[in-house]
Design a protein around this ligand. Structure first.
Ligand code: WT7
Length: 645
């Protein structure tokens, strides 16, 4: 691991900084349930909560006697409060098509959709609907329309395969599927119909709603309805009462990878989640009325749910959404967009920064980025080199740059610099301090607190608003995955170090979950996809470092009797993963081996595979793998080395 610059402090000119000691003193005062109840009062509830946290641990419930509606918070208040004509979204297609939607226009669309959902489809509170849509302006509208009538939605990233979509439809029990004809990517038309067709063949739904991005390229099936037809007879000005839901009514389910088994359906509530987003939009993003905000993520991930849709809409911000990738048609495209719309708050990922910094600096220097005020990254640790490039080339040394740590499960940012609350001196690469009301610790395996500077397990030690309600349909797995390693505390699965000042440095996953370009992938999911190939008997996948993506999968494959290793077979195996799971999960390399190194209890020694692949020495093996003798490990290592030579 690269040495971390624990002692490098950066103070941005024009910004007020507080001393770490002051931050911590003020932060300590926020660690009470009453603090969050007070923050909650800032929201527009139908029934204000009087209670903060309740429930049987770890099934905590926040603000339980409160009643609210997310769609109301995101639209009605603004439309009635004089912001009907404020731009909600500047949308830019990859082909240069621009669409501008005001809060008033969103309000109309959302009401019409909500009307059709309840009157045509008979959807009601508690039903589930799956959404498989690319980054088009209708996606936030669909989410807000479903929330308006209490329907629990599950967004499936549009880059996922038919199988991944089918699994999620099945697990969530979705009645309907909402999709689009496709989208543009690097100048190509990507069509979604085939994946949808395959998915619903496996997991039938009552109907499919199709939005048009590519001129309606969709062969209509019996259960399909095009959005224009769906809405044709719905009055333009129809109003659907947003139903006041209980604070702990599920807003959505979002699937995320774990170490074993199928992806977990993380369930988020409405009230706690809304309060956390409201607060973090202020503290972390310092969001103001006049800001132009751009979170360059995809709505298919939690970042997009929280910080493209709900957070900025609750704050009535003007947002930017771009359809394409950061380096096509050229690596200046993002900065040209930031200049064009006068973006002031920009949120992206380390992998995007590392990609863009490989090109000539001219691509960024050429644009006027003087409107930028706040920069943040998310998804994985930001290496100091990338941090400096972001700070100097993009922010021109005028903007605080942070690395917000959080995860699908936390609902919103947990650890970050907080330019909208109190700003401590920046350190390139750190996540900073926990936000107000959030308590974290780094533990040793025995549950004691790790000394400063020592790597340990990153844990959130007290419940927070925005925490999961459970894993959909599997309370037991929820408890086992998060609350048992350190009983009563939320274990994140990450390694972290706390430095001498108490700044948090999350280092990456401590488990067998990979982080490929900021996307979480379970080794198990990729392995399951590989063994679907008829030639494969067994597979093990490990993550290896990659300069741009952070980490990429490498697959070790044992073939069945009668099959021989070949280049074609490697390509076929890669293609299998692409098709079954997602292009993101495609192994960079496939290595054929005669057997996989395992412990006596049958656990694959992945760390050994990684070491051999990277040409690293075996080193100290006494702590390397549980339940395998040093001799066994050495033998396995030598054999592997022989096979890979
Ligand atoms: C995992 C969660 C939260 C939205 C994106 C990912 C890693 C995330 C950081 C950061 C270091 C980070 C962790 C975490 N991670 N942000 N700023 N510094 N690591 O959500 O797919 O649920 O993945 O991403 O390893 O556990 P996710």
């Amino acid at each position: 691991m690269q040495a971390l610059p624990f002692k490098e402090y950066v103070k941005v000119e024009g910004w007020d900084f507080v001393d770490p000691s002051e931050y911590l003193r003020e932060h300590a005062k926020t660690l009470t349930p009453e603090f969050w109840l007070q923050v909650a009062q800032e929201l527009d509830w139908f029934v204000k909560p009087t209670r903060s946290i309740e429930g049987e641990p770890p099934f905590y419930r926040w603000f339980r006697d409160g009643r609210l509606n997310m769609s109301y918070l995101c639209l009605d208040r603004h439309v009635r409060g004089g912001k009907r004509h404020k731009v909600a979204l500047f949308w830019l297609g990859e082909d240069g098509t621009e669409r501008v939607l005001t809060y008033g226009q969103y309000y109309r669309l959302v009401n019409r959709l909500a009307y059709a959902f309840s009157h045509k489809w008979g959807l009601k509170k508690g039903d589930r609907v799956a959404i498989y849509m690319p980054m088009i302006p209708e996606l936030p509208a669909v989410m807000l329309a479903l929330a308006r009538i209490g329907v629990i939605f599950s967004v499936v990233f549009s880059g996922f395969s038919a199988n991944a979509l089918a699994d999620r439809i099945k697990d969530s029990g979705a009645r309907y599927l909402i999709t689009a004809d496709g989208y543009l990517r690097r100048g190509k038309r990507i069509l979604l119909q085939e994946n949808v067709r395959k998915a619903i063949a496996q997991s039938p739904v009552e109907g499919v709603l199709v939005f048009e991005r590519l001129g309606g390229e969709w062969e209509r099936g019996e259960r399909d309805v095009m959005a224009d037809d769906f809405l044709a007879d719905v009055p333009a000005n129809v109003h659907v009462e947003p139903i006041p839901v209980e604070s702990d009514h599920p807003l959505f389910i979002l699937y995320t990878s774990g170490t074993t088994g199928k992806p977990k359906g993380i369930v988020h509530d409405t009230g706690g989640y809304a309060v956390l987003l409201h607060a973090t939009m202020d503290w972390v993003f310092d969001a103001r009325e006049e800001d132009v905000y751009w979170c360059a993520a995809d709505i298919g991930w939690i970042t997009g749910h929280s910080y493209i849709v709900f957070g900025p809409f609750m704050k009535a911000l003007t947002s930017v959404m771009y359809e394409g990738v950061p380096n096509w048609p050229d690596p200046g495209i993002w900065w040209s967009i930031a200049e064009r719309y006068g973006v002031s708050i920009f949120y992206t990922s380390p992998t995007a920064i590392r990609l863009l910094m490989r090109y000539s600096d001219e691509y960024v220097e050429r644009y006027d980025l003087s409107t930028l005020r706040i920069l943040h990254s998310v998804g994985e640790p930001i290496n100091p080199e990338a941090w400096w490039w972001f700070y100097e080339k993009v922010g021109r040394r005028r903007c605080p740059v942070g690395s917000t740590w959080w995860m699908t499960e936390t609902g919103g940012v947990m650890v970050s610099h907080t330019p909208g609350w109190k700003l401590v001196p920046l350190k390139p690469g750190t996540n900073g301090y926990p936000i107000p009301g959030v308590n974290v610790a780094v533990y040793r395996a025995d549950g004691s607190e790790a000394p400063r500077g020592e790597r340990g397990y990153f844990t959130i030690t007290t419940p927070w608003p925005g925490m999961p309600l459970t894993i959909w349909g599997d309370d037991e797995r929820y408890v086992k995955t998060y609350w048992q390693k350190f009983p009563g505390k939320f274990y994140t699965g990450d390694y972290a170090i706390m430095d001498d000042d108490g700044y948090v440095w999350v280092l990456g996953r401590a488990d067998e979950v990979m982080n490929v370009a900021g996307h979480r992938l379970g080794t198990y999911e990729i392995e399951s996809a590989i063994v679907e190939h008829e030639a494969v008997s067994e597979a093990a996948v490990v993550g290896v470092p990659d300069e741009v993506k952070g980490e990429v999968p490498v697959a070790f494959v044992v073939l069945k009797e009668g099959y021989t290793p070949s280049e074609e077979l490697k390509e076929e195996i890669k293609r299998t993963v692409r098709e079954i799971l997602s292009p993101i999960a495609t192994p960079k390399e496939v290595v054929f081996v005669s057997k996989l190194p395992k412990t006596r209890s049958g656990k694959i020694m992945r760390r050994l595979l990684r070491a051999v692949f990277l040409g690293q020495p075996l080193g100290d093996v006494t702590t390397l793998e549980d339940e395998a003798s040093v001799e066994e490990i050495k033998r396995a290592y030598e054999q592997l080395k022989g096979e890979m030579a």
